[in-house]
Design a protein around this ligand. Structure first.
Ligand code: PMT
Length: 407
């Protein structure tokens, strides 16, 4: 773990109305000692447990408790964009529920909804509140949005009961942030090549054969790879979406053959290639330069096979390159994906099945299984595509680090 990982990092600390709020003062001190800059937000209820003056003195910044107060409007958007990480500790069941459902009636939820940085949340509540299904569902919803849970601890609670629900210790929260910022730039200096979106295979100037891929999964992967420090080449089929990070170079293509040409040209410079595009396996043999008219017999469209991009890269792959494919299945997902992994010489395959609700095309969520060359597989819950992208890149980083240690 790098001791300097938190140096100059901007941390937005949200404190809600729990008896554990006093621990936030210790956390603020630890963060400042580690070199971070801390700005504190509090719900009005939190101010009944610990004084804003304590936190403003420790953080050396004003503390915000209201979206609009006596001093005027507090810019939650600016704070959300300022932060490298947002930490909500302690997080009560009430604010947890609001965050999970976008109920924006306090400064913390307002900043949370505006934040583009990673968000860490450390719940604190009594044991029965913790185990209540609504709490557990809200925790899962927040994780599904890509936020990071800092687990509660077990022990004696303010109510006198004993069990799960204690706020994680400030040292534990600090460690988690340390780990996050240490691993943040693991792909610095690396090149990642991605295919994403659908392909369109033209029949005539008006019609094409396409598919329902939106590009969301591939763009989420590109964003995450760039966030980890990689220089990213994204070969993107026809999609209404585009990535935001300036370290992502977008190569727009339309057909499978255009995607193939771009991938072949870019692959030699890539350290990692991830094939998330839904590439049409076939294209019309003949392109009609004029619109096919509705007259006489129903036209027959003969199809021919497109080149397989992943399989070609699999043949050309060097020992220092990692190649990851996706498998979109509608039945026997694992068996079919294992075959594709071997046939295309992939290092990992990410399986998503249209049998799973909320997975696959166009959804903002996905549910995946990652399979490696030894047929080990890891199942993941349904999550946002952003969170799925993190899991996929973490698996690739883990694979390459394991291989490095073994060599
Ligand atoms: O874009 P979204 O709406 O977010 O949807 C995401 C997704 C469902 C498209 C994505 O998660 C996904 O599963 N992409 C792969 C879809 C696919 O074509 O799977 P496949 O099982 O047919 O192909 C296996 C692998 O070979 C894939 O990595 C594919 O990119 C690659 N392939 C396939 C055919 C071909 N001619 N060239 C290829 O490179």
């Amino acid at each position: 773990m790098s001791a300097a990982a938190l140096q100059n990092k901007k941390i937005l600390l949200g404190i809600t109305g729990s008896i554990a709020a006093y621990k936030a003062a210790f956390l603020t001190r630890l963060l400042i000692k580690a070199g971070a800059e801390v700005k504190v937000l509090m719900t009005p209820a939190a101010t009944q447990f610990i004084s804003p003056l304590t936190l403003s003195t420790l953080s050396k910044h004003p503390v915000f408790t209201e979206v609009a107060g006596a001093e005027g409007w507090n810019n939650h958007v600016e704070l959300g964009l300022w932060a490298d990480a947002m930490v909500i500790a302690p997080l009560t069941a009430a604010t947890l529920g609001k965050m999970a459902h976008g109920i924006c009636d306090n400064m913390i939820v307002a900043a949370y909804l505006s934040a583009r940085c990673p968000v860490f949340f450390a719940p604190a509540m009594d044991v029965d509140m913790w185990h209540h299904p609504s709490t557990q569902e809200n925790i899962q919803r927040l994780q599904g949005f890509g936020n990071h849970l800092i687990p509660v601890e077990s022990g004696e609670l303010a109510s006198g009961l004993s069990g799960k629900g204690r706020l994680a210790e400030p040292e534990t929260i600090l460690d988690i942030l340390h780990q996050h910022f240490s691993s943040e730039q693991v792909l610095k200096g690396k090149k990642v090549l991605l295919t994403a979106g659908p392909t369109y295979e033209a029949i005539d100037p008006v019609r094409f054969i396409g598919n329902r891929s939106s590009g969301k999964m591939g763009i989420a992967l590109a964003e995450q790879a760039a966030a980890l420090g990689a220089a990213v080449d994204l070969i993107l089929g026809p999609s209404r979406l585009s990535p935001k990070n300036p370290n992502i170079k977008v190569h727009t293509v339309e057909s499978a053959r255009e995607m193939y040409e771009a991938a072949i040209a870019l692959f030699p410079a890539a350290d990692i290639a991830i094939m998330a595009a839904a590439v049409s396996d076939y294209r019309p043999e003949k392109y009609h330069s004029q619109k096919i008219k509705k007259q006489g017999e129903v036209p027959q469209i003969l199809l021919v096979e497109n080149p397989d991009i992943a399989a070609t890269l699999g043949q050309r792959k060097r020992a220092d390159q990692w190649l990851v494919g996706f498998a979109l299945e509608t039945q026997d997902a694992i068996t079919n994906a294992e075959k594709k992994l071997k046939k295309k010489n992939l290092d990992l395959i990410v399986v998503n099945s249209l049998e799973d609700v909320g997975a696959g095309f166009n959804h903002d969520t996905n549910r995946i299984t990652i399979i490696d060359q030894d047929n080990n597989y890891t199942n993941f819950e349904l999550k946002s595509k952003k969170a799925v992208a993190k899991d996929v890149l973490a698996a690739i980083v883990h694979l390459s680090e394991t291989a490095q240690r073994a060599s």
